[in-house]
Write a protein that binds this ligand. Sequence first.
Ligand SMILES: *[C@@H]1O[C@H](CO)[C@@H](O)[C@H](O)[C@H]1NC(C)=O
Ligand SMILES: *[C@@H]1O[C@H](CO)[C@@H](O)[C@H](O)[C@H]1NC(C)=O
Ligand SMILES: *[C@@H]1O[C@H](CO)[C@@H](O)[C@H](O)[C@H]1NC(C)=O
Ligand SMILES: *[C@@H]1O[C@H](CO)[C@@H](O)[C@H](O)[C@H]1NC(C)=O
Ligand SMILES: *[C@@H]1O[C@H](CO)[C@@H](O)[C@H](O)[C@H]1NC(C)=O
Ligand SMILES: [Mn+2]
Length: 340
Amino acid sequence: QADEAFVTLATNDSYAKGAMVLGQSLRNHNTTRKLVALVGPHVAEPCRDALQSIFDEVRLVDIMDSGDTAHLTLMKRPDLGVTLTKLHCWTLTHYSKCVFMDADTMVLSNVDELFEREELSAAPDPGWPDCFNSGVFVFRPSNETHEKLLEFCNETGSFDGGDQGVLNSFFNTWATADISKHLPFIYNLSTVSIYSYLPAFKQYGHDAKVVHFLGKVKPWNLAYDAQRGEVKGHSSSPDVYQLHPDYLLMWWQLYSKEVLPLLQRAYGDTPFNSGCVEEGEEVSRDRSRLDLAEQPAPITAPPPQVSSEERKQRWEAGQMDYMGEDSFDNIERKLDSFLK
Ligand SMILES: *[C@@H]1O[C@H](CO)[C@@H](O)[C@H](O)[C@H]1NC(C)=O
Ligand SMILES: *[C@@H]1O[C@H](CO)[C@@H](O)[C@H](O)[C@H]1NC(C)=O
Ligand SMILES: *[C@@H]1O[C@H](CO)[C@@H](O)[C@H](O)[C@H]1NC(C)=O
Ligand SMILES: *[C@@H]1O[C@H](CO)[C@@H](O)[C@H](O)[C@H]1NC(C)=O
Ligand SMILES: *[C@@H]1O[C@H](CO)[C@@H](O)[C@H](O)[C@H]1NC(C)=O
Ligand SMILES: [Mn+2]
């Protein structure tokens, strides 16, 4: 078990906070496996220090410094930077098996049983169930596989511009070859689907083991009043209502109690964005606008004929077609076909 690890990725200071909450949630549920954080070169020194106190290993990944296929591919496809950094997880060959988890996930219970699964195991995306989602997956580190993945990126690129496209094309038998590689829905209880599909929550919610904060607005884009125990700054964006309030609060409680003290120690007297506001302090309009700057355009009715590719992209941007193709009935039917 010492040669198995949970792995996550932080490309900037915001995602580093997510990684810290994820790591701490794994610790709190007494994982027996090692914890590894891959960090990009833009993560500040104090953030790396704070990560260091939660994770067993914090590894800097700078594709620009590597004279290999990854670097050459990056020159050709700069948009694949984060993807290539994520693929770096295959080079962790001092572990025999790993579970990758996105920095915008958090565990609600011990999930060590995931290590019983084989590469490549992942959860189906209810919005696009023939694809797996690359937010949580089981893999076996291997320099050979890493090299092949890089060659694949260089030659084929990514159908969705990210790692999910690359991995789905590379591990292209996932949907059909081996049902044991399909993780149950409880490993992917996204807050979007909970909040939008109450029936789904009633059916699977009590078994939830992993929460995935999908969409453009992440918990760390909001603010928290620790005295009152309230998450703030979400009134202006309809997008935020897709974040389930209980899990959002749980994230902030864990952050303010167990992660913030580590950041405060690492930063010392240097000011940093803690995300916490004083009692009664209002989150200014400017502040909310700034934090939510990345929110997608408001939901608009999709044209009648949308290609599945487009539909998938909309789903991932949190713009679901609630009444039509993405309605709960359709999704439930698809899920049933997976879970039986
Ligand atoms: C942080 O990195 C993620 C990708 O890993 C990106 O989507 C996000 O926009 C970045 N945020 C900032 C504030 O740079
Ligand atoms: C983790 O282990 C500690 C100490 O052994 C124990 O007190 C705690 O209840 C455990 N936590 C969980 C979630 O099992
Ligand atoms: C990248 O792909 C091109 C073909 O598109 C090939 O000529 C080149 O050798 C590849 N580079 C690497 C580093 O694999
Ligand atoms: C979880 O489900 C959502 C839809 O509810 C999907 O967009 C996402 O990709 C899935 N994530 C994982 C880790 O399977
Ligand atoms: C994989 O590559 C890394 C770096 O190139 C190297 O340190 C490591 O020993 C290699 N692992 C194996 C099992 O060959
Ligand atoms: Mn994610």
